[in-house]
Design a protein around this ligand. Structure first.
Ligand code: SF4
Length: 253
């Protein structure tokens, strides 16, 4: 297992926006959303890379040397628990990536989840909703929440790769809690975000949150009102992106 970063902050998005949260980001993803067009410079060879705002947790070739390898669940948990040793409460534990669920069967990952639940953490996964979890064999996943950020056409990934309705339905019907978290902007709203959301969520009674696209305060501000109006029109919940408003595009907060 490769840990990209871990830090104590607040949840900036979705149903629990504003809640103190401990973020644990693992490396690796099954998608590569170049459509989000965030630019990074490779620490590997200095080349310019294009992808999502978490590209540093997606692109193994260019970033793996910066990730920390863990072969033991106890060591991993002790590293994560060290963030809360000086506070008197347990924050939400947010497992993110990349796509964390590509590791869902990994014994180190599952062992880490077991320890986190045993120590009383409320655990939430941030997922792209493409991994079909075996909830019977890996029953601990029934005890956690899932924020499903299923990707739209603007991710640049083909429909077949980014939308797995069986996986989404499986999470919605087995997990302790699940909600959708979509990222929208004016262009996408005009080009059919409503149809894409209807398609992805059809037949499911799962809360829907939409939040403005943007990797910094200026972009979030530009997309906030169109997204809020889109939510009002369709009965979705609006979510701000508090961490961007507080810290702009700084990593690790
Ligand atoms: S699924 Fe998420 S983490 Fe993976 S490439 Fe797409 S936006 Fe980035």
């Amino acid at each position: 297992m490769y840990l990209v970063e871990s830090f104590l902050s607040i949840q900036g998005e979705g149903k629990y926006a504003g809640t103190p949260s401990l973020f644990v980001r693992f490396g690796g993803c099954n998608l590569n959303c170049k459509g989000f067009a965030c630019e990074f410079i490779s620490p590997h060879d200095g080349s310019k890379l294009i992808g999502c705002d978490s590209l540093y947790a997606v692109n193994e070739k260019h970033f793996k040397n910066e990730w920390e390898e863990y072969k033991d669940a106890k060591k991993l948990f002790s590293k994560i628990a060290s963030h809360v040793k000086n506070i008197t409460y347990l924050p939400h534990l947010i497992i993110t990536g990349g796509e964390p669920l590509i590791h869902y069967k990994n014994p180190v990952f599952y062992g880490f989840l077991e320890l986190a639940l045993k120590h009383g953490f409320d655990v939430f996964f941030e997922t792209n909703g493409t991994i079909n979890i075996d909830f019977e064999k890996f029953a601990l996943y029934k005890k956690v929440g899932f924020a499903m950020s299923v990707k739209f056409s603007n991710s640049g990934e083909p429909y077949k790769k980014r939308v797995n309705k069986k996986a989404i339905q499986n999470i919605a019907s087995h997990a302790k809690e699940a909600f959708f978290k979509f990222v929208t902007d004016k262009k996408l709203i005009e080009q059919g975000a409503e149809e894409e959301i209807l398609d992805i969520t059809s037949g499911m009674h799962v809360p829907i949150f939409c939040m403005p696209l943007g990797k910094n305060r200026v972009e979030i501000k530009k997309n906030a009102l169109p997204t809020a109006l889109f939510c009002i029109k369709n009965g979705y919940n609006y979510s701000d992106r508090i961490h961007v408003n507080l810290w702009n595009n700084k990593k690790g907060v």
